[in-house]
Design a protein. Structure first.
Length: 186
């Protein structure tokens, strides 16, 4: 049993010290995960990967959390979901009414429309993922584990308790469904 697994087990049993000892062991992996998520954000984004890691970790081990991780994959999936929520909240704030709402910047040349920025794409993906979850919840979970947690198909399958073949089929279905939905603007 690895140190991370042992600390996850102790934290799940209610040991708050174990939750504190866990951060140094998982920090580098969380930082890589945060950096990958932030790479898709616009360069003028004010949130840094380190701040994203710390905010996500506080949400995971905060006093209101029930410390409910089954294993290492489950913990990183929860961390990825926390990071996704933080980024979506930041994107919603950036596009809220106090920051101009739905008004868009336009290039001086009206024949050259600007593509939507990364934060608008993230909001569109989040909305599409919520709609996918209503239709195919397991496929949506596979997307979260693959895209946001960076897990392999096999690791995502293990985290969900399904076969690798089923996870691979869900991943293929979800990618096609999301691509169609995002392309059509539904």
């Amino acid at each position: 049993m690895s140190d991370v697994t042992r600390l996850l087990d102790a934290a799940a049993a209610g040991d708050r010290r174990a939750a504190g000892d866990l951060l140094p062991l998982v920090y580098d992996e969380l930082r890589k995960l945060a950096a990958a998520r932030m790479a898709a954000e616009s360069p003028d984004h004010t949130l840094q990967p380190t701040a994203l890691v710390h905010e996500a970790y506080l949400r995971l081990v905060g006093p209101a959390d029930a410390l409910r991780w089954d294993n290492r994959e489950h913990f990183f999936a929860a961390a990825a979901e926390a990071m996704r929520r933080i980024l979506v909240e930041a994107a919603r704030r950036r596009h809220g009414p106090q920051r101009g709402g739905d008004y868009a910047r336009h290039a001086l040349d009206p024949d050259q429309p600007e593509p939507p920025g990364p934060s608008l794409r993230l909001l569109a993906l989040d909305e599409a993922l919520d709609r996918l979850a209503a239709v195919e919840p397991r496929a949506a979970e596979v997307v979260k584990l693959r895209y946001f947690a960076g897990l392999t198909v096999a690791a995502a399958a293990a985290a969900l308790g399904i076969s690798t073949r089923t996870a691979d089929a869900d991943w293929a279905y979800a990618r096609a469904w999301l691509a169609t939905t995002l392309r059509d603007g539904d």
